[in-house]
Design a protein around this ligand. Structure first.
Ligand code: ZN
Ligand code: ZN
Length: 548
């Protein structure tokens, strides 16, 4: 389906048709039942999201014959060069064409050499390099958010396999890393062989050759790897720790174990509970997201682990958009959704006037918007809409609204949305200058990165964070799963410098308020506690914080 979509795209087919096949492939990739069974039983896959009669027939053809005639025909009409590109549906053909032209190459083999030699980066930039590297890789990385969705389907599939007693996420998925290269699961079951065989029926996976009987790896049609490992229930705790990692954490833990009991054959003993293993090693249980070998073991031995931030600690969200700029829902709808989440306040942060592409508000429009918010606030009880804006930081470091307008706002989120290519010194100075405005509130998505897509702009993070602190400003963790900006490393640095942080969604629809989960994960990986985060405060405390 994916290849057919790519091939259709290259032969100039209707773009809706191209998109329909790609969507169908996404659906098939996470169907938590055997497709062959479904087709066999119902005779059709209609009813699965995005799959109508036509595509259902196509899937049935692939299942029955192992081929798709229409795809074979389409491929026959293409040049070898284009055929090769269509074989990697994750690649954007237009970007490949651009790279081929600039580099004077004509095949993946030559392209790979150019990637390794660094020519792609030097001639075409880091973002295109990132795209090509990922498109050519046999193992696709996913955002944690996407991996989590797929993991839910996998768990539900495995739970229904007879003989499965326990399933747990392991590896980077459990440690909630920003991106995931391999979805790992540990399984306690009667027969690993039969569970692995059953899993061959999950979505459209293909089983990969494996080294041993305890582990099996699979690959989805979109090149996502899934690894299942079996463990006896009696050793569950120890195996869970090993499989969760990180490598550094497990190595450090092994050292502790070796000192304590030099004769144990099995580093962490045969214990069924993870907590019990840590206890025997003289420490408290360590949350998976802290297991990176960055001081968590020492902290756990001294019983000084942080009490990590929880979603329930948050009382509001300080960054979101409505239809007034580039959001999908109205002010009223955002308020209603925030109330349903149990929030006590939100800040509405429309884009400012320079950001035309995102329908930024002129000063006049902002003033009208503020009046609407005032009116709505009068009607609300136990809920406050904070008047705010996502104010562009212009190239020279000035803010995109005049002081006379900024002073009417309760707080601001200030962000860079243009001129990403400035060098480190200029970009850093731009931010420092912006923070000298008395109306600078929260620094929005500090580096502008998009995970797996775009590197951030180049800044001296420590210098910037120090100025945030010195000027009594704040910095956000932007929870959008594509951004997660600050990174956990920078957020931890911020905490060590004594900064307070806002964990915001930057939601552009009511649905995206859910992103807060991803931001809280990020905060947890940065060791943040409730007290480190400003939107855990009451509205009265928050107003005090932002009083200038
Ligand atoms: Zn923004
Ligand atoms: Zn925003």
């Amino acid at each position: 389906l994916r290849q057919y979509s790519a091939a259709l795209g290259q032969t100039g087919a209707d773009r809706f048709k191209v998109a329909a096949y790609r969507r169908a492939a996404d659906t098939v990739d996470r169907v938590s039942q055997s497709l062959a069974d479904l087709v066999g039983r119902a005779g059709s896959l209609q009813g699965l999201s995005g799959i109508g009669a036509g595509i259902s027939k196509v899937i049935a053809e692939v299942i029955e014959t192992g081929r798709l005639k229409a795809l074979d025909e389409a491929l026959k009409q293409m040049t070898p060069e284009l055929r090769e590109v269509a074989s990697r549906p994750q690649l954007d053909p237009k970007k490949v064409a651009r790279a081929y032209k600039a580099l004077g190459v004509h095949s993946f083999e030559e392209l790979r050499l150019a990637l390794e030699g660094g020519q792609v980066r030097s001639k075409l930039g880091a973002n295109l390099e990132l795209h090509l590297q990922q498109g050519l890789s046999d193992r696709r990385r996913l955002l944690w958010w996407e991996a989590d969705k797929l993991a839910v389907e996998i768990e539900s599939f495995l739970a229904r396999v007879p003989g499965v007693q326990k399933v747990a996420r392991v590896g980077s998925l459990r440690r909630m890393q920003e991106t995931i290269g391999d979805l790992g699961f540990l399984i306690a079951c009667r027969s690993a062989t039969s569970v692995f065989r059953k899993f061959e029926g999950f979505g459209a996976v293909e089983r990969l050759p494996s080294q041993n009987r305890r582990t099996a790896s699979f690959r989805t049609s979109s090149s996502v790897e899934i690894t299942l490992t079996s463990a006896p229930g009696s050793e569950w705790g120890a195996r869970l720790i090993e499989a969760t990692g990180s490598t550094v954490h497990v190595a450090q833990l092994s050292k502790v174990a070796a000192k304590g009991a030099p004769r144990t054959k099995n580093a962490f003993g045969r214990l069924s509970e993870e907590r019990e293993v840590y206890r025997r090693l003289g420490m408290t249980w360590i949350p998976p997201e802290l297991r990176e070998g960055t001081g968590e073991i020492e902290a756990a031995r001294e019983d000084k682990l942080p009490v990590l931030l929880e979603v329930a600690d948050l009382r509001g969200d300080l960054h979101m958009h409505t239809t007034a700029s580039d959001g999908a829902n109205s002010l009223e709808e955002m308020v209603e959704a925030a109330q349903a989440r149990g929030y006590e306040y939100i800040a509405i942060t429309e884009h400012s006037k320079s950001l035309r592409i995102a329908n930024g508000l002129s000063e006049k429009e902002l003033l009208a918007h503020i009046r609407r918010i005032d009116k709505l606030n009068e009607k609300l009880s136990n809920f406050t809409i904070l008047k705010s804006a996502e104010v562009d930081i212009l190239e020279d470091g000035t803010l995109d609204y005049s002081d006379s307008v900024l002073k009417l706002l309760d707080l601001t989120v200030c962000s860079i949305h243009s001129r990403f290519a400035l060098d480190r010194k200029k970009q850093t100075d731009r931010l420092l200058r912006a923070m000298d405005s008395p109306y600078f509130g929260i620094l929005g998505h500090a580096t502008g990165r998009k995970l797996l897509r775009r590197q951030g702009y180049d800044i001296d993070a420590e210098k910037v964070l120090k100025r945030v602190k010195a000027n009594h400003c704040f910095v956000e963790i932007n929870s959008n799963p594509n951004r997660l900006d600050l990174s956990a490393e920078n957020a931890r640095l911020a905490k060590s410098l004594g900064l307070k942080i806002a964990v915001n969604t930057d939601a552009h629809s009511v649905d995206e308020l859910r992103f807060i989960r991803a931001g809280v994960n990020q905060a947890r990986r940065a060791w943040l506690e409730k007290d480190d985060v400003i939107n855990t405060r009451s509205i009265a405390q928050l107003r005090r914080i932002f009083r200038r």
